[in-house]
Design a protein. Structure first.
Length: 459
């Protein structure tokens, strides 16, 4: 039964199917809404500037609004990677805990508390990120345990902050369960006609039980607003990526060292392939497992472990069922011949992993920052092609500590300066920190994703 300001709303008619539906929707909203947060991001990025009819790209300060969902009572939040990309500051607006005398009534009914968040992990390849706020006992929407796949036509609800309007819910249905907007990308999405607009990114799409169906990520629109074509990252992908983002700060994906793409009729005709659908090998990593096992460019992938791979998502899914070190039986069409190959899978290389491998937990620790730091050498700087300044201390890993959540550093950051002092060595960083008195303000100049900016905190 609905309430307003803690009072029972009177009904003129006895309960019927329509009122029961209404009560069910209200119950879902009250269960899910307290776990949905608004994310305010400030940073620098590319903007457009028009002068005398000429448009050019300039670097300017940006402020973005997105959404997120609390997935752990200790303050862990899932959102989109594009929401926090290039962020200097990430502020999270958390709804105040509802009491029995309160209901979900938008901004007036749910005053929010502001927290500063740190970025725990980012997976740009699937547009997911995990951030952390210093809060406890929060209402959380669980993504653990078995997750039922979305069903076409089922009722779903999108939560978030469209156009900055905090604590908004919209309703619709699942339009398609495995939509692939880009035929050359293995990523698939849940498509929904639920109204989604800018600002909804990172918010949850849930079913009639309040269970996670996906994370809202983008829309197709000619106007910039909702046209009934919204897309969410499937809950199964979120459940797989979340523990990896917590542990490593990125995701580990098994690979055979081959690039495949969708076959089109034109591509098949141009390459004289035996079939005009499916996926074809377009590149091989030199010396990689696929090349070593005998896979060749222009091979058409027929199946993996006996399962047909008629498109990129099916091929990627078949490989994702394996762990690094396991082997996949791959059947290919080479000309008019069918060839059986046994290909080992290896873990896709990641630069942060190699940093962790060379960091000594004793020699490389910087206790005031709760990090393992590595001095940039010429060879290491060359391996980081986006680096702006080839000197400094790179964050190889974050360590546990009472202030870890307060210091806004993440793996891969390069520290170039501290309170105006240039930092080129670990000893120099430690000495500069040691000179700061307790409570002193510290401003670190860091480089992240090819951008220079400052992060600050108190000693």
């Amino acid at each position: 039964m609905g309430t307003v300001a803690g009072q029972t709303r009177p009904r003129a008619h006895p309960p019927d199917a329509l009122h029961q539906l209404n009560d069910s929707i209200e119950a879902v909203v009250q269960r899910v809404s307290p776990s949905v947060v608004q994310i305010l991001v400030t940073g620098y990025g590319t903007t457009e500037e028009t002068d005398r009819g000429q448009t050019s790209a300039v670097i300017g300060r940006r402020r973005a609004i997105g959404s997120g969902v609390v997935v752990d009572p200790e303050g862990y939040i899932v959102t989109n990677a594009h929401v926090v990309t290039g962020a200097q500051n990430v502020d999270v607006m958390v709804p105040a805990r509802l009491t029995s005398a309160a209901t979900v009534e938008g901004d007036q009914g749910t005053p929010a508390k502001n927290y500063q968040a740190r970025i725990v992990g980012v997976a740009r390849e699937i547009d997911l990120a995990v951030i952390k706020i210093d809060a406890h006992d929060l209402p959380a929407l669980s993504i653990r345990g078995p997750i039922a796949p979305a069903r076409q036509g089922e009722l779903v609800f999108a939560f978030g902050s469209p156009e900055g309007l905090r604590n908004t819910v919209t309703m619709g249905v699942v339009s398609a369960v495995a939509r692939q907007p880009d035929p050359d990308s293995p990523l698939v999405y849940v498509q929904t006609d639920t109204p989604i607009n800018p600002g909804n990114s990172g918010g949850p799409l849930v079913d009639a039980d309040g269970g996670l169906v996906g994370i809202n990520t983008f829309i197709l629109s000619t106007s910039g607003g909702n046209q009934g074509l919204g897309f969410a990252i499937p809950a199964g992908v979120v459940a797989s990526a979340y523990p990896q983002l917590l542990k490593y700060g990125h995701i580990h994906q098994p690979t055979i060292g081959a690039l495949v793409q969708t076959i089109t009729p034109e591509l098949a005709a141009g390459l004289h392939l035996e079939r005009d659908f499916g996926v074809v090998v377009s590149d091989l990593s030199p010396g990689g497992p696929a090349e070593t096992a005998g896979l060749k460019i222009q091979d058409v992938i027929l199946s993996v472990d006996g399962s047909p791979t008629g498109n990129l998502p099916l091929f990627a899914h078949s490989l994702s069922l394996h762990k690094s070190g396991e082997r996949a039986k791959v059947e290919v069409l080479r000309g008019s011949d069918q060839v059986q190959l046994d290909i080992p899978l290896v873990e896709r290389p990641h630069k942060e992993d190699s940093l962790t491998d060379i960091a000594d937990p004793v020699k490389n620790i910087v206790r005031p920052l709760n990090i393992l730091g590595i001095e940039l050498t010429l060879d290491l700087a060359r391996s980081l092609p986006d680096l702006r300044i080839p000197t400094g201390v790179i964050v190889a890993a974050r360590t546990s500590g009472s202030r870890t959540a307060e210091i806004p550093l993440q793996t891969g950051d390069v520290i170039h300066g501290l309170n105006g002092t240039t930092i080129t060595t670990l000893d120099g960083l430690r000495e500069a920190l040691a000179k700061q008195k307790p409570g002193a303000a510290i401003a670190l100049q860091i480089e992240r994703d090819g951008q220079l900016f400052y992060v600050s905190f108190s000693r």
